[in-house]
Design a protein around this ligand. Structure first.
Ligand SMILES: C[S@@+](CC[C@H](N)C(=O)[O-])C[C@H]1O[C@@H](n2cnc3c(N)ncnc32)[C@H](O)[C@@H]1O
Length: 230
């Protein structure tokens, strides 16, 4: 997902049509989404039924997206080669309830009220950034987290050519005077790609794995290009 924040206009852009549809519905009809989500039992058979469904009305697609996101194992979003969501049921504490108990949808709706939400490739959003804008890019990682030389290509979701294209448009936006921040893996190939940029290494706990031994602290990079970001 890619944000370009300007003084009065926020642009939020992603290539995933279901995600962007959900953002639009969260912005415009949060109460209706909550009403519909509350009617859905949280159990495996409802999960399996929704996962297999392919509704057309935008509001139903958004309800399906939010329900699956909140009840899927680890909150993972993964499609198979046929483009079907294939994450297993999470069970336990994974329920959509937090969306209304902590007012998350209502808050997100207020934050998105004036946002220009676009279904588009990142290049369009980043190319529109000008002096004084702040841009945050959260691309799909192409390489594994650790700095151990191991490169796990994620060619189908975000190819290395996409990483190079992003680095190129980010540099151009920086030259125009926009401040650009990109989160990515803490990996030598990423440091080479953004040679000359500022790097900040952050640590976080990664719990997204069925294999408990793979849940651990991981290091990630924030790449900063252009004027100082406050
Ligand atoms: C690491 S995820 C970030 C998700 C986001 N932080 C969120 O929680 O909604 C990477 C995102 O990049 C998007 N993406 C992949 N290729 C893209 C492209 N060419 N243009 C725009 N967005 C893209 C994916 O659809 C995905 O939502």
């Amino acid at each position: 997902m890619f944000f370009a924040l300007q003084p009065r206009l926020a642009v939020l852009s992603d290539i995933n049509a279901d995600l962007i549809n959900t953002y639009c519905l969260v912005r415009d009809r949060p109460a209706e989404l909550i009403r519909r989500l509350k009617r859905l039992p949280v159990d495996k058979s409802t999960y399996d039924r929704l996962r297999a469904s392919d509704p057309e009305p935008p509001v139903e697609r958004a309800v399906r997206f939010l329900y699956l996101n909140r009840t899927a194992f680890g909150g993972i979003y993964r499609l198979n080669l046929a483009g079907q969501f294939n994450v297993p049921y999470g069970g336990g504490e994974r329920t959509p309830e937090v969306l209304w108990r902590r007012d998350l949808l209502a808050t997100a709706s207020r934050v998105l009220a004036d946002a220009d939400v676009r279904h588009a490739d990142f290049e369009l959003a980043v190319e529109s950034a000008r002096r004084g804008d702040a841009v945050y890019c959260d691309p799909t990682y192409t390489v594994a987290h650790e700095n151990n030389g191991f490169v796990r290509y994620n060619q189908r979701n975000f190819s290395w050519q996409d990483q190079e294209r992003l680095a190129c448009v980010a540099r151009r936006a920086g030259e125009r005077g926009a401040a650009v921040v990109i989160s990515n893996a803490n990996h030598a190939s990423i440091r080479r790609l953004y040679k000359g940029a500022k790097f900040q290494v952050l640590e976080r706990y990664s719990s997204v794995s069925t294999d408990v031994s793979k849940r651990r602290q991981v290091r990630e990079s924030l790449v900063v290009i252009g004027p100082a970001v406050v």
